[in-house]
Design a protein around this ligand. Sequence first.
Ligand SMILES: [Zn+2]
Length: 498
Amino acid sequence: MTITIEDISTFCKKKGFVFQSAEIYGGSSGFFDYGPLGVELKNNIKNHWWKRFVQSRPDVVGIDGSLISNEKIWEASGHLTGFSDLLVECVKCGKNHRADHLVEDAIKKPMDGIEAEEINNLIKKHQIKCPNCKGDFKESKSFNLMFPVQVGADKTKDSTYYLRGETAQMIFSIYKNIIDTARVKLPFGIAQIGKAFRNEISPRDFIFRVREFEQMEIEFFIKPEETKCQFLESKHKNFKFNFLSESNQNQNVEEKEVKMSDLISDKLLGEWHAYWLTESFQWFLDIGIKKENLRIRQHMADELSHYSSVTFDIEYHYPFGWKEIHGNANRGQFDLKQHMEHSKKSMEIHDQETNTKMIPRVIEPSWGVERTFLTAIIDSYVDDEKRGNIVLKLNPKIAPIKLAVFPLVNKLNDNAKEVYDLLKEDFVSTFDKGGSVGRRYARADEQGIPYCITFDFDSLEDKSVTIRDRDTTEQIRVKIEDLTIKISNLLKGTEKFE
Ligand SMILES: [Zn+2]
């Protein structure tokens, strides 16, 4: 049975992962609140990423930039003019639709980067009508996606600020402060996790396309002429994955398996880009996403963002098609040059080796937190007919709750509670004494809890408990005094379940 995005949103609501924001007032389209399990899963994803790409790397430093920012930043970055989608308004009901999605849905072809004139022609040619009322459309027009904010009491020409449209510009605008204070040396990266806002014309597909979302992003700065990447090892070059090139897309050919070194030798990308693309892909595998559901797609020349010369997306095979979960852009010197011109402040770095000044070029790996969240849920969602419940086979590293502790019967509550108290210091755990053990297993499966621990009558004698594995339902007996080490190793994957 194939799952739909509706199944997933219903499940996420029922289990307390995600709710539509302001639901009691009818809901706000494109905005979501995360419940008790959702916030834990989200935090685990972000913490795993931060540990990997910031805390474990001597060459990357972290920042946390302001959400509301000066108009000048967005003027320089090109967002006030270039950050927009085409919309078409219905003559009859007045509803606005995102033009590319409208045409995409009607003729089942991707419309990324399409121009206004072509959209108008396609709407006429295929006689596309308003999905709301079957009315006709006016000519398409450009709609800017930035959210303006009025700052302070006086309305002056400088009092319009913006909710940030991407986290990247906080990195480019703080870049000079980091150079002056953090003792960084090229090549180095600045990373950030945080919210960004886009006034989407029509949010859709649950938490996939929303108006408020979170990014995990690195801007990695390299000497402009440097083409060799000192981190590129054979594990990167030999990395195999499904790839959809620009020419595959032009010829309507499916993706095929390639090695990263093929892309380098075909000059589709440089070594630094190849390195970051592999590291980014590998991270998805490390949090448990199945490789067969992932592919890399090269951006078509006409869909590239205004700041990028080459972009590769990592895409996931969602119930609603292959969609971007990661963007890996070669931003070149675009942003630093723009900020240098607009702020009149130097963005140059002094290179001691050659005693010259330079503006670094930039590779930008960028992940969406909500899209990673959605991907992790879909990828691990199993409707187990034999068990009669959903099993959420989340990787233990990101599972919101790691352990559930049960007393076999109520008489053993106090004993089981002692085990729970011992474990909760080290692991996010829950104590469940409600209903039959079978019912409690089912509840734990649906919450994605990797291990359930039961205290039974034998435990009083042998000072041991039963651990049950979520994915296989296998059980093992472990001494209570060995539990902490055993669980810790199981969660890390350094010990087998036996
Ligand atoms: Zn209409």
